[in-house]
Design a protein. Structure first.
Length: 272
């Protein structure tokens, strides 16, 4: 069966059926995410999605899977709580070297954002969709630099399986501990040419941009964030150069020196 964009667009306003036995430690973040407050916690203006950009082009819609795992019986945040992330292969044509959620653009076979997020996650990581419980469809987030609207789908990984880079798009897939993401020593703010946003040190990789903003918002929504130094802004180009991301830095470096009118660096979006 195929679905039109209008079908998909209407589906984004419908929440998944409530999970009867949602883990107690996820009840709060699920309720807040279903009320569409996540986008309000993101840095920067311009998150409302316009009908078209300045050139009259409608935004492209995508969905990403924000997949949380951990003890289903825990009342407090369990020590094994995780969030699934990927690293895009540095040789990819677009968004190369970035840390991202599994996800991508809608296809005609997708009934809505949940279907898009799950399909893309299966393609990228090899996870079993039968072991995933969708919890909330968040309000779409606009990324002006790429004229993209991205719908985060919050989900619980009830039956985790071993995951791996299942396509050439990614070279690293891992459930990252929430304790790692919430560690103040791993958190920072990066900036470039007037833009700044949250970042996370994941060992060899630097998580930043759209995904970094959503992760920061999820930590806040879940009550998992710990106080961290968000007043000091690191230079984005320098931080990426010191990381193992492998992101091309030429355009960003030119923008840093005012020699490029490229969009702000907060342009990371899921691809096909």
């Amino acid at each position: 069966m195929t679905y039109t964009f209008d079908d998909w667009y209407r589906a984004r306003s419908r929440q998944p059926d409530p999970v009867p036995d949602v883990p107690p430690w996820l009840a709060g973040v699920t309720g807040r995410a279903r009320s569409s407050t996540l986008d309000r916690l993101l840095p920067g203006p311009g998150r409302a999605v316009p009908e078209t950009d300045d050139d009259g082009v409608p935004p492209r819609y995508s969905a990403v899977l924000v997949l949380l795992g951990g003890d289903p019986d825990a009342t407090e945040t369990p020590g094994d709580a995780t969030l699934l992330l990927t690293h895009r292969t540095p040789t990819m044509r677009t968004h190369s070297g970035q840390v991202a959620f599994p996800g991508g653009r809608r296809e005609p076979a997708d009934a809505g954002p949940v279907a898009t997020a799950l399909r893309e996650a299966v393609e990228e990581t090899g996870l079993d969709p039968a072991g995933v419980d969708p919890l909330a469809v968040c309000r779409e987030i606009y990324i002006p630099g790429s004229n993209s609207a991205v719908v985060p789908v919050l989900a619980y990984w009830r039956r985790p399986v071993s995951v791996r880079p299942a396509t050439t798009e990614t070279d690293w897939v891992a459930p990252v501990p929430l304790a790692t993401l919430a560690d103040p020593a791993r958190r920072s703010r990066v900036g470039l040419a007037g833009w700044s946003g949250p970042a996370f040190d994941l060992g060899p990789y630097l998580l930043w941009g759209f995904t970094g903003g959503v992760v920061s918002a999820v930590l806040d929504l879940g009550g998992w964030a710990r106080p961290w130094d968000d007043g000091t802004v690191r230079d984005l180009v320098t931080a990426l150069g010191e990381s193992g991301n492998g992101e091309p830095l030429g355009t960003l470096d030119r923008r840093r020196h005012g020699a490029d009118a490229a969009p702000a660096p907060d342009t990371e979006t899921p691809e096909d």
